[in-house]
Design a protein around this ligand. Structure first.
Ligand code: AMP
Ligand code: ZN
Ligand code: FE
Ligand code: FE
Length: 281
């Protein structure tokens, strides 16, 4: 069993990067990918610990993209952290986040919600590296404005809610080019987040295949067995690898565990082997 989707304190997870391989080893996994948003900074610590606990650590990150079909998240794997175009793009995305976070803080103030930047940084464990909406959500919970991170999103932070502020996004084709240029592959994360019915999703997935994508996340922590089967089928028809992962975020998404997701997740080792075969020559 493997898990190709986890987050650490480097972005919006609540466990330090070195804890991810420990959790993977406890769950009996062969391999685990660290896929923080917009950052590869957790990889050295995670790699070092993975070697100690006997788990294979897959280098990754997760980018937010935009397309005509709407927003989507893209997972990059096997990328070289020293690749200059990728590094530059990640720096740019993180710097854009700072602007967006300032706007988001101002918006919360206008809405009369008592959150300061210090509260948000505290919610991020004191690390200003990659601050995102989950940290604002946790700050709203800490202030008693809402009862949970999920409620903060549903009431204030999700797209269409009063405090939503967009951030800079690449196109999926740009993300795939960046991944391949850095020796890696691109995979569509949690495909049902696009909010499309299966037929329309199949169309988007086939376009992504043409744009250089290598896989789609079929075995996802929060999907039902039927949804996973549908996505495996969809991947196969598009000639893509059905991958999978929990999207573990520590206490930010308290229902998810490394490896097992909400309890019944089991990502086959084969997903990683097939994905490795898709690396650029
Ligand atoms: P950001 O990159 O700052 O826009 O934040 C994205 C993060 O917020 C991702 O980790 C998502 O899992 C989380 N997120 C986005 N939408 C929701 C939602 N409706 N409920 C809970 N978490 C969400
Ligand atoms: Zn996240
Ligand atoms: Fe995501
Ligand atoms: Fe994620």
């Amino acid at each position: 069993m493997i898990d190709l989707h986890t987050h650490s304190t480097v972005s919006d997870g609540t466990d330090p990067p070195e804890r991810i391989p420990e959790l993977a080893a406890s769950a009996g996994l062969r391999a685990v990918a660290l896929t923080d948003h917009d950052s590869l900074e957790g990889l050295p610590a995670a790699m070092a610990r993975a070697a100690e606990v006997g788990v294979e650590l897959v280098a990754g990150c997760e980018l937010s993209c935009r397309s005509e079909s709407g927003g989507m998240h893209v997972l990059l794997y096997f990328v070289d952290p020293a690749d200059a175009p990728l590094r530059d793009e990640l720096v740019r995305l993180r710097s854009d986040r700072s602007t967006r976070n300032a706007d988001l803080l101002a918006r919360l103030g206008e809405l009369g919600l008592p959150v300061t930047w210090a509260d948000v940084v505290t919610a991020a464990g004191g690390d200003e590296g990659v601050i995102g909406r989950p940290h604002f959500a946790a700050a709203l919970v800490a202030h008693g404005v809402v009862g949970s991170v999920q409620e903060a999103f549903d009431t204030w932070l999700s797209r269409g809610r009063p405090a939503y502020v967009p951030k800079s996004r690449l196109t999926p084709a740009e993300a795939a080019r960046l991944a391949r240029g850095a020796g890696g592959v691109a995979v569509l994360a949690h495909p049902f987040s696009l909010g499309l019915p299966l037929g329309a999703l199949a169309g988007v997935v086939s376009e992504l295949a043409d744009a250089g994508f290598s896989g789609i996340e079929a075995h996802y922590g929060r999907y039902t067995p039927q949804q996973r089967r549908d996505l495996v089928d969809l991947a196969r028809r598009a000639g893509l690898v059905p991958t999978g992962g929990s999207d573990y975020h520590g206490t930010m998404k308290p229902d998810l565990r490394v490896g097992t997701g909400t309890g019944d997740l089991s990502v086959p080792d084969r997903a990683l082997e097939d994905l490795l075969d898709r690396r650029p020559a």
